[in-house]
Design a protein around this ligand. Structure first.
Ligand code: MSP
Length: 478
């Protein structure tokens, strides 16, 4: 692999960012940082952004008493700000109201049209604005959208349809053989199940929605917001705009998201790409959906957690850590917010923070800040941990790191360097501390992608084995 292009979903701006968005984005950031170390920063492109068209956003703009553009500008800024505060190292922030995106989408749609993969039809159906999609009668619960608990709007208009059915066999085969990876395995079966149930051509334009990218051959219509949003992955890589750039980055190496939007990414998007004659993404990973303290996160319940509040309470790295360690990535789970403080104190203030402070204090005190570089026997395999990151096993990797922390602590307790020092056995003191320092360096190295500031503080303090310093307290007890 020479380059790595990773994306998050582009988030709707009708609402403010919450820890659901943060969860995916932090995970993508860990991967982007990891691959920058492996491939060099110039060979990694990490993209996130905002989905700014469609009904959902215009309705929110109206509520806020703003013109759509003014509203989405304000909201997009909130996302960028939060990502900066969370130390998200994105390279590109994709906003779908960017004129370049319009040009790229027009080009893409025109290609499908000229190929004969678009036809005119009449659409009659039930539309859920919350989902920005049509629902079938079967999907409704008590006549309502099960996710948004609202009655969908009956809707009939002239639309353009995409010949999805023409590409279904090809896409299915690619997923089956793993040429297009859909992960985890449970999600792959889910997607293959969709093919089995049968899928129909779908409409890719709207007559009644003005806030969008105009259909190039019929300016009275706009491109359906989902179809246009998916194309952010190609347009912000330069499709139809900057050929050399597109050549370098496409296809995407990983589209990351939660399972709620898997069908769009694993069925519609590959089919659209195939129709446009473009390569398909290499890997699609849909992680689980989480609840907060056992309940669905929702405005009505008032349990939506804002990442800014978490950062204020715990700091950036602790927020990243607390979110990624709640349950295995890929599975559904629960964010136990009521236990954040307990976990913070145990793992961060008491665990890692205490270990760093303990070791560096002893080195400064007993060996004047200098230890010898020795060979250490490692009970852990750094390569395996790196592989774990590449497999998106974030909570497992962090668990292993915390086992290393506990082990390093235990070794210090067993050898009691303070007693050795009292007995004047300074060579032994140095040996025990040197080993602990080298382990701590490994810990700092693995944490680079997860907790960048913490890792830097550790690695800087231990950079010169002749002049080890004690860093400031990493995590204050809460
Ligand atoms: N705009 C579309 C995506 C277009 S991508 C071409 C959209 N936006 S969204 O704002 O609703 O974001 C959905 C994504 O937010 C999920 O796929 C997931 O990445 C993240 N999450 C939002 N809530 C979440 C949870 N409760 N749990 C896990 N992920 C969550 O869909």
């Amino acid at each position: 692999m020479k380059k790595y292009y990773i994306t998050t979903p582009i988030y709707y701006v009708n609402d403010v960012p919450h820890i659901g968005h943060a969860y995916t984005t932090i995970a993508a950031d860990v991967l982007a940082r990891h691959y920058r170390k492996k491939l060099g920063a110039e060979n990694v492109r990490f993209m996130t952004g905002t989905d700014e068209h469609g009904k959902k956003n215009t309705e929110a703009a109206e509520k806020a008493g703003l013109e759509p553009q003014a509203f989405v500008d304000e909201q997009a800024e909130k996302f960028e700000e939060i990502w900066t505060n969370l130390n998200i190292s994105y390279d590109v922030f994709a906003r779908t109201t960017n004129p370049d995106h319009y040009a790229s989408v027009s080009r893409f749609m025109q290609t499908l049209y000229e190929k004969g993969d678009i036809y005119e039809g009449n659409y009659k159906g039930l539309y859920c604005v919350g989902c920005e999609k049509f629902l079938t009668e079967k999907e409704l619960v008590d006549g309502k959208c099960p996710d948004h608990r609202t009655v969908p709007q009956a809707f009939e208009e002239k639309n353009y349809f995409f010949r999805l059915t023409k590409y279904l066999d090809d896409v299915r085969k690619l997923i089956e053989t793993g040429e297009l990876l859909v992960e985890p395995a449970s999600r792959k079966s889910e997607v293959l199940g969709l093919f089995k149930q049968g899928l129909e051509d779908f409409s890719v334009s709207r007559e009644s929605v003005a806030w969008g990218v105009p259909v190039p051959w019929d300016e009275k219509q706009t491109v359906y917001v989902w179809v246009e949003a998916l194309q952010n992955y190609t347009s912000f890589a330069g499709f139809g705009l900057r050929d050399e750039e597109f050549e370098k980055w496409w296809p995407a190496d990983l589209h990351l998201m939660a399972k709620d939007i898997l069908k769009f990414h694993a069925v519609y998007w590959p089919a659209l790409l195939a129709a446009a004659g473009l390569k398909l993404p290499k890997r699609i990973f849909a992680h689980g959906f989480f609840t907060v303290n056992g309940q669905k996160m929702s405005k009505t319940l008032g349990n939506v957690i804002n990442p800014t509040d978490m950062i204020e309470q715990f700091g950036v790295d602790a927020t990243r850590y607390l979110l990624l360690t709640q349950f295995p990535f890929g599975q559904d789970g629960d964010i136990q917010a009521s236990r954040f403080v307990e976990k913070y104190n145990a793992d961060l203030a008491g665990g890692l923070g205490n270990l760093v402070s303990r070791i560096t204090s002893m080195v400064v005190r007993y060996t004047a800040g200098a230890v010898k570089d020795r060979r250490i026997t490692r009970e852990y395999n750094l390569g395996e941990l790196e592989q774990g990151i590449q497999n998106l096993q974030f909570s497992e990797v962090l668990e292993s790191v915390w086992a290393m922390i506990a082990e390093t602590n235990r070794k210090i307790n067993d050898h009691e360097p303070w007693k050795l020092a009292e007995a004047g056995k300074m060579k032994d003191v140095e040996k025990v501390l040197a080993e602990a320092v080298l382990r701590l360096r490994d810990i700092g190295t693995i944490l680079e992608s997860f907790m960048p500031d913490t890792s830097e503080a550790i690695l800087t303090a231990l950079a010169d084995l002749e002049k080890i310093t004690k860093p400031e307290n990493l995590f204050d007890r809460k």
